[in-house]
Design a protein around this ligand. Structure first.
Ligand SMILES: CC(C)(COP(=O)(O)OP(=O)(O)OC[C@H]1O[C@@H](n2cnc3c(N)ncnc32)[C@H](O)[C@@H]1OP(=O)(O)O)[C@@H](O)C(=O)NCCC(=O)NCCSC(=O)CC(=O)O
Length: 567
C-alpha cells in the first residue's frame, strides 16, 4: 500500500528482519572524540564503549539482578516484611534523597539533549523533502543530513554505503564519518543513549530501596528493570532507529517520576491525582513506543538515488530534442565534474561547450573541434578533456523505494523492545486498576469522622488501661494493707465504684473499635501512604486494646473480692 504521492509505502516486513540471532555486523559506533558539544560533551574510550555493549554484560547483570531480587523477596517475606535496620539510618535517608534528585536531574539533561538532537535532525514533513525526508531522518541514523544522503550498512555488500555517491565515508573508508552532522546518532544518540543504557544498571538501586524498606519487589518492578537494560542494550548495540524515543521519552517520564520519589522520600505528600497522572503518562509512553517502534517494520519511502547512465545515448538524445538537451544540462550540472567545469567556464563558454558537446554526440567530430568560445578562440583542451571524461560516466537522480530498516540487528532491537513493552504495559495497567480504581476512594466526611473516632478511641483505650492498671494496683495495695492490719473490712464501696467506672470506660472504647472494624476503609488501604498506614496502626492498637481489655476483665472477675460467687 502506498500513499497518494507514491513516495511512501507500507508493506509486510521482509523475513530477514526477524533473523535470530541477528547479524553481528556492523559493530556499534562510538561518538566522535573531542567533539565537546552538547551532542557529545566528552569523548568515550572506544574500547570501553564496545566492551559494555557486549551481550554478556546486560544478560549476566539481568539474570543476577532477578536472582538476587527473588532471594531478597523471600528473605523479606520470612521476616514479616520488617524494614532492614539500615533503612532507619540517616545515611540511608540521605542516599534515597540524593539518588532520586540525581536521577531526576540526569534524566532531565538526557531528555533535553535528545530533544535537541531530534530538533536538528528531523525535518518537518511539510518541508521541501516532504514525508520521505522526515522518514529518512528517523530511519537512517548515520551520515549527513538530507533525503537520500544517509550512510547505512548494506548487509549484502558487507559495507557501509550511501545512495548519494558524493557522500564520503570516514577516513578508513569502512565506517560513516563520525564528524557528519545532521542525523540522530552523531547529534546525540551515540553519547546520551550510551549513558542512558548504563543508567539502567544503576537504576536497580530503586529495587534495593524498596527491599531495604522491608517490602517485596513487585513483578512490575523486577521485570521493568531487568527488561529495560536488555532493550537499551539492543537499541544501542544494533542502533535500532526508534531507540532515540526510548531515550527521549523515558528520560522525560523519569524526570517526573524521580521528582515524585524525591518528594515522597522527604515526606511531602503528592496528591493521588498527580500520582495517577504519572502512571497514565508511563502507560502512554509504552503504547506510543510499541506503535512507533513496530511501524518501522512496515515503512518504505522514496529517496533520490544517483544512477550512472551512458553518455552516448544521452548525447544523442540531446542532439535530437531540446528537452533531452535540457536533461543533459541538468545531468551535467548535477554531477561533480560538471560543476567544476561550469565553475571554470563563464556563461558564454558554457553555451559554446554545450554546442560542442551536442555536435560530438551527433558524431560531427570535425565541427565539434572547431567550436569557439566567446573570445573566438577554440575551447581549451582541458575543457574538452573534461567533457570527454563526462562522456564516460554520468549520474542522474532517480527515485527508488528503500526500506526503513537495513539490518537484522535493527530488526532485533525493535522486536525485542516491542516484546518487552507489551507485558510491561499490561503490568502497568494492572497497577493502575489496583491503585486507582480498586483502591478505596478518598475518604468521605463520614469516613473521616469514623477515622477520627478511631484515633480518639485508641487514645481513650490506652488512657483507660493505664488508669485501670493504676487502680488495680491501688486496690490490691490497700486490700493487702487492710488484710495485713487485720482490719478484715475492705473499703468495699470505694473500690467497687472505681472498678465499675473503669470497666464502663473500656466498654465504650471496645464498642468504638467494633465500629471501626466494620468499616473496611481504614483496613484495606492500610499499607500505602502515611494516613492510611496510621489508620492501619490504629486498628492494630484497637485490636490489642480489645485483647487487653478482655483478659483484664477476666482477671478482675477472678480477683474482685466483691464479686458474688457463681451459683
Ligand atoms: C506513581 C509511580 C511513579 C510510583 O508508584 P509507587 O507505588 O511505587 O509509589 P509509592 O508512593 O508507593 O512509593 C513507593 C515507596 O518507595 C519509596 N521510594 C523512594 N525512592 C524510591 C525509588 N527511587 N524507587 C522506588 N521507591 C522509592 C517511596 O518513598 C515509597 O515509600 P513508602 O511506601 O515508605 O512511602 C507509579 O506510576 C509507578 O511507577 N508504579 C510502579 C512502581 C514501580 O515498580 N516502578 C518501577 C519503575 S517503572 C518505570 O521506571 C517506568 C518507566 O520507565 O517509566
Amino acid at each position: 500500500m502506498a500513499d497518494a504521492s507514491g513516495q511512501v509505502a507500507f508493506s509486510f516486513p521482509p523475513s530477514w528482519l526477524f533473523q535470530f540471532p541477528p547479524d553481528p555486523s556492523p559493530p556499534s559506533l562510538p561518538p566522535a572524540a573531542n567533539q565537546h558539544s552538547i551532542s557529545a560533551p566528552f569523548g568515550i574510550n572506544p574500547t570501553l564503549y564496545h566492551a559494555v555493549l557486549q551481550p554478556a554484560v546486560p544478560i549476566t547483570f539481568a539474570i543476577g539482578y532477578v536472582t538476587c531480587v527473588k532471594i531478597a523477596n523471600s528473605f523479606n517475606r520470612k521476616r514479616g516484611n520488617k524494614p532492614w535496620s539500615i533503612s532507619k539510618t540517616n545515611a540511608f535517608y540521605y542516599f534515597v534523597v540524593l539518588h532520586n534528585i540525581g536521577l531526576a536531574l540526569y534524566s532531565a539533561v538526557t531528555c533535553a539533549a535528545m530533544a535537541r538532537a531530534l530538533y536538528v535532525s528531523v525535518p518537518s514533513p511539510f518541508g521541501s523533502a516532504g514525508l520521505p525526508g522526515t522518514l529518512d531522518s528517523l530511519c537512517k541514523l548515520h551520515g549527513p543530513r538530507g533525503l537520500g544522503d544517509a550512510v547505512y550498512y548494506d548487509t549484502a555488500a558487507g559495507s557501509w554505503i550511501s545512495k548519494n555517491r558524493l557522500v564520503h565515508l570516514a577516513a578508513n573508508n569502512l565506517t560513516p564519518d563520525p564528524t557528519d552532522v545532521g542525523r540522530i546518532w552523531n547529534e546525540g544518540l551515540a553519547f546520551w543513549g550510551w549513558f542512558f543504557y548504563l543508567s539502567k544498571f544503576y537504576e536497580v538501586f530503586d529495587t534495593i530501596i524498596i527491599l531495604a524498606k522491608g517490602k517485596r519487589s513487585s513483578t512490575l518492578q523486577t521485570y521493568h528493570h531487568a527488561g529495560a537494560m536488555m532493550c537499551m542494550w539492543a537499541g544501542m548495540r544494533y542502533r535500532g532507529p526508534p531507540i532515540w524515543m526510548f531515550a527521549l521519552v523515558n528520560a522525560g517520564i523519569h524526570t517526573i517520576m524521580y521528582t515524585y520519589y524525591t518528594l515522597s522520600a522527604v515526606g511531602i505528600r503528592v496528591p493521588k491525582a498527580v500520582k495517577q497522572l504519572i502512571t497514565t503518562a508511563q502507560i502512554m509512553q509504552f503504547l506510543v513506543g510499541i506503535t512507533f517502534a513496530g511501524a518501522h517494520f512496515f515503512v518504505s519511502y522514496a529517496v533520490p538515488v544517483s544512477v550512472p547512465y551512458s553518455v552516448a545515448s544521452a548525447a544523442a538524445g540531446a542532439a535530437s530534442s531540446a528537452s533531452s538537451a535540457a536533461s543533459v544540462v541538468r545531468g551535467l550540472v548535477n554531477s561533480q565534474s560538471a560543476s567544476s567545469l561550469a565553475a571554470s567556464a563563464t556563461g558564454g563558454e558554457t553555451v559554446a561547450w554545450l554546442k560542442k558537446f551536442a555536435l560530438r554526440a551527433a558524431n560531427f567530430e570535425g565541427p565539434a573541434q572547431n567550436v569557439q568560445n566567446h573570445a573566438e578562440s577554440k575551447l581549451g583542451t582541458e575543457i574538452v578533456g573534461a567533457a570527454h571524461k563526462l562522456e564516460q560516466v554520468r549520474y542522474r537522480d532517480e527515485h527508488q523505494m528503500i526500506h526503513c530498516l537495513e539490518t537484522s540487528g535493527e530488526g532485533f532491537a525493535i522486536w525485542l523492545n516491542v516484546v518487552y513493552l507489551a507485558p510491561l504495559t499490561f503490568l502497568f495497567a494492572r497497577f493502575f486498576v489496583k491503585s486507582y480504581i480498586l483502591a478505596p476512594p478518598p475518604k468521605t466526611a463520614r469516613q473521616r469522622r469514623v477515622s477520627d473516632s478511631a484515633m480518639s478511641a485508641a487514645r481513650k483505650t490506652s488512657d483507660a488501661i493505664e488508669k485501670f492498671g493504676r487502680s488495680i494496683e491501688d486496690t490490691i495495695g490497700s486490700f493487702g494493707e487492710q488484710t495485713r492490719d487485720n482490719v478484715g473490712v475492705l473499703d468495699s464501696r470505694d473500690a467497687k465504684r472505681k472498678v465499675r467506672v473503669l470497666i464502663q470506660e473500656t466498654a465504650t472504647t471496645h464498642d468504638a473499635g467494633e465500629a471501626i472494624e466494620d468499616d473496611d476503609v481504614s483496613s484495606k488501604a492500610g499499607r500505602k501512604g502515611g494516613a492510611t498506614t496510621y489508620a492501619g496502626a490504629v486498628k492494630e492498637d484497637l485490636k490489642s486494646a480489645k485483647r487487653a481489655n478482655g483478659s483484664t476483665s477476666r482477671d478482675i472477675d477472678q480477683t474482685d473480692p466483691l464479686q458474688k460467687p457463681n451459683k
